[in-house]
Write a protein that binds this ligand. Structure first.
Ligand code: CTP
Length: 453
């Protein structure tokens, strides 16, 4: 008996898939088909798969060609499967030529010509169209976003809006963006969605205008610095049937989502303390981060990351918050701030700085053990669950590619297509963060609930 094995995602099953399965089947007596797990696809950078694993398995089943279907979950599994199932032939499309030659040590490796003119990517794009995305702002983050957007199929950055006509044109030329604008309404007319990457204090107006023009919005963090504004914007988005997303990249990182799942599963018992730190030294005091009028300061700039972890783990209703800030004499913004939270049955501390440096780790303490996430925990790739009995410790890894913006962008796209809820960073959680930022800025102004050093 000749056993043949082949692998694929098999999203939106098409003739290319059927052809290769048929030809693979003809090459032996028994065909095993490996279908990629969702997590595995995300980890290898395939971010826009539309159907769930069970739907994709059904696709393969319905062809009637597979004698056995397995799930591919990790890098290197192919070698294990080939040995485990005593496979004689490994078959894959010609788009992979050379990549699997190493499997020849276990079985024959056959590359079959791909069927021309069809792919899941093409079908996804035909079905959903390409989302025309416009960027508001032509600064540092905007250029990072363009690089990252290339990893998410189904999105095209088609327009850019800036204040200065010369600068915005230069930016558009550099990144080959079709259209550039200085007029907001003209810009909004030509896009389906916007990414807002301007200073915090300008976000509210841009978001509001975009939503009123029925455009989906992905807005850099912190989205706004006031609870009422955040609430109003989420309500407005709902009324206008558009998606509003706060772009805190950590929320969408595969490993962070797993970390939250593990922490909330009871593995470490009841969560008692969350300590999260994010510090930078930004020496150039002429930058936006140090400008009081542009919402500068360490807390406004960086608190979103620890606040995200705290709200995901402990909720949105602390009983008290107390701040301790170090103020910079030249700029009058906080260069380091610690926020201490007391919840009903737990505490948390967020420490951020733009003018001091500290280990950027996160520790989540529980009644059975704790979770340690090394720096930079906000680009979550790895965490450890540790117990009194160290032999029970567990290590978890997941990839965090590039700048990480690709993950939030892929989720943004998926969500606006499916109109489902953003459980990774809900409106309520985003409103909570705006509320804490507002409380901080009020504390700075009134000197209440704060020690200023
Ligand atoms: N395949 C093929 N001809 C096509 C498309 C895919 O022979 N036109 C083969 C691939 O080479 C692979 C298998 O089908 O051996 C599963 O491929 P998969 O990655 O699921 O399909 P794609 O359409 O290539 O998916 P995507 O566009 O998402 O990369």
């Amino acid at each position: 008996m000749t056993t043949v094995i082949t692998y694929g995602t098999f999203d939106l099953l098409h003739t290319g898939h059927i052809n290769i399965l048929k030809r693979a089947k003809e090459m032996g007596d028994f065909l095993i088909v490996g279908v990629t797990a969702d997590k595995y696809d995300r980890e290898r950078g395939k971010l826009n798969v539309q159907q769930s694993l069970s739907e994709r398995i059904d696709n393969v089943k319905q062809t009637g060609l597979a004698d056995k279907i397995i799930v591919e979950e990790y890098v290197g599994q192919k070698a294990d499967d080939i040995q485990k199932y005593n496979v004689d032939k490994f078959v894959i499309g010609s788009d992979w030529i050379g990549k699997f030659d190493w499997l020849q040590q276990y079985c024959d490796v056959v590359y079959l010509p791909r069927t021309q003119g069809v792919s899941s990517t093409l079908l996804r794009n035909q079905k959903n169209g390409i989302l025309k995305m416009g960027i508001v702002g032509n600064g540092r983050i905007a250029s990072r976003f363009i690089t990252e957007s290339k990893y998410v199929s189904g999105i095209e950055v088609s327009a850019i809006l800036g204040k200065n006509a010369d600068h915005v044109k230069k930016f558009a030329d550099k990144f080959q963006i079709n259209e550039n604008f200085t007029d907001l309404n003209a810009f909004l007319d030509v896009v389906d969605a916007v990414y807002i990457a301007t200073p915090h204090v300008t976000h509210y107006d841009y978001i509001k205008q975009a939503i009123l023009h029925k455009k989906h919005v992905l807005c850099e963090k912190p989205m706004v610095l006031s609870k009422d504004q955040a609430q109003e914007l989420y309500d407005l988005a709902k009324q206008n049937d558009v998606v509003l997303f706060e772009a805190i990249k950590t929320a969408y990182a595969p490993c962070f989502a797993q970390l939250i799942g593990v922490a909330k599963s009871g593995t470490i018992g009841i969560i008692k303390n969350v300590v999260a730190t994010f510090t930078k030294i930004i020496p150039d005091k002429t930058l936006r981060e140090w400008d009081k009028n542009l919402g500068g300061g360490a807390f406004n700039e960086l608190a979103s990351y620890p606040l995200l972890a705290i709200t995901k783990l402990l909720g949105t209703e602390p009983k008290h918050i107390h701040f301790t800030s170090f103020l910079d004499k030249d700029t009058n913004v906080d260069y380091m701030t610690r926020a201490d939270f007391v919840f009903n049955n737990a505490v948390a501390t967020a420490t951020v700085a733009i003018g001091a440096k500290q280990e950027g780790s996160m520790v989540i303490a529980g009644t059975n053990g704790y979770i340690y996430v090394p720096a930079p925990w906000w680009k979550t790739e790895y965490f450890e669950v540790r117990f009194e009995d160290a032999s029970k410790n567990m290590k978890y890894f997941s990839r965090f590619d590039g700048d990480g913006l690709r993950y939030e962008l892929a989720d943004f796209l998926a969500l606006l297509r499916t109109k489902s809820m953003n459980y990774k960073l809900s409106g309520a959680e985003s409103i909570f963060m705006a509320d804490v930022l507002e409380k901080f800025n009020t504390a700075l102004r009134t000197s209440e609930n704060i020690d200023i050093l």
